[in-house]
Design a protein around this ligand. Structure first.
Ligand SMILES: Nc1ncnc2c1ncn2[C@@H]1O[C@H](COP(=O)(O)OP(=O)(O)OP(=O)(O)O)[C@@H](O)[C@H]1O
Ligand SMILES: [Mg+2]
Length: 244
């Protein structure tokens, strides 16, 4: 009878331990799934915030560009005409230089070249880069490239702009190739140089972070390949129907 009692106590303890373990596992599971849900929510919020930020940045750039063009540009043009009429050549040339800088700045802020379409805008960007840097820059486009939405066009333009700036700043390259094509409902953009490359994963600063954000905000993917002495290759694939 004593043994039976002993066994009963043992079973009781075992049941208690089992209950405690089950409760602990259950709580842990709840905490983990709550944490995961909260994390998912946070990353969604972060994505939306980044998207809004990029849009606000583009809007702000457009506004400043327009003001620069309409205000400073107009005034400088008027002053230049006055100076020309008065025959003050030296002063007129200086104002002319300031005017050119305002135009460059305004263009940098808002890619007004995009008004002419993505293809001529990219052509201008790549040709201009080749002239300014003496890097052999080539652009290959699978035409006809259907017009995309403005957000996608601005994103593609900005990605090429930043990638080329990086080539000039970091690559010490002799050649850079920019390729754009459409495949299976996605536009594929690659920028590849033959420069010094990079060992491991480059630490992204604002430039690469901005590229990644623009691409992912439109539902696309970004891949970077590089090795020391093997150049640097950046490839973005973005769905053409993407409406962010
Ligand atoms: N074409 C390239 N060749 C070699 N290294 C590169 C190239 N592009 C980027 N990198 C490396 O990746 C790093 C991150 O690039 P990222 O554009 O994010 O920053 P950054 O150019 O240094 O500064 P910024 O934020 O002003 O663009 C660079 O500092 C550089 O080391
Ligand atoms: Mg950069």
């Amino acid at each position: 009878m004593l043994r039976a009692l002993g066994n009963g106590v043992l079973y009781g303890v075992f049941a208690d331990v089992l209950f405690i373990v089950a409760a602990a596992v259950g709580t842990l599971f709840l905490v983990l799934s709550d944490g995961r849900r909260a994390l998912e929510e946070r990353s969604l919020q972060l994505e939306q915030l980044t998207h809004q930020l990029l849009r606000a940045q583009e809007d702000e750039r457009r506004r400043i560009a327009r003001e620069l063009h309409d205000q400073a540009g107009q005034v400088l043009t008027a002053v230049k005409i006055e100076l020309d009429l008065e025959g003050r050549r030296e002063a007129s040339e200086m104002v002319g230089q300031a005017l050119a800088q305002v135009r460059d700045l305004s263009n940098l802020l808002r890619p007004s070249v995009l008004d002419l379409g993505l293809v001529p805008a990219l052509r201008g960007l790549v040709e201009d880069f080749g002239r300014r840097t003496r890097v052999d820059a080539a652009l290959e486009i699978d035409e006809p490239l259907a017009p995309f939405g403005p957000e996608l066009e601005v994103a593609l333009f900005r990605v090429v702009q930043e990638a080329l700036t990086n080539v000039a700043r970091h690559a010490a390259a002799g050649r850079v190739d920019v390729r754009v094509g459409v495949e299976n409902g996605s536009v594929r953009l690659a920028v590849e140089d033959d420069g010094r490359g990079f060992a491991g994963e480059p630490t992204p600063h604002l430039g690469l972070l901005g590229i990644r954000e623009r691409v992912t905000a439109l539902g696309g993917a970004l891949a970077i390949e590089s090795a020391p002495g093997q150049g640097f290759r950046l490839e973005a694939t973005i769905p053409t129907g993407a409406v962010a």
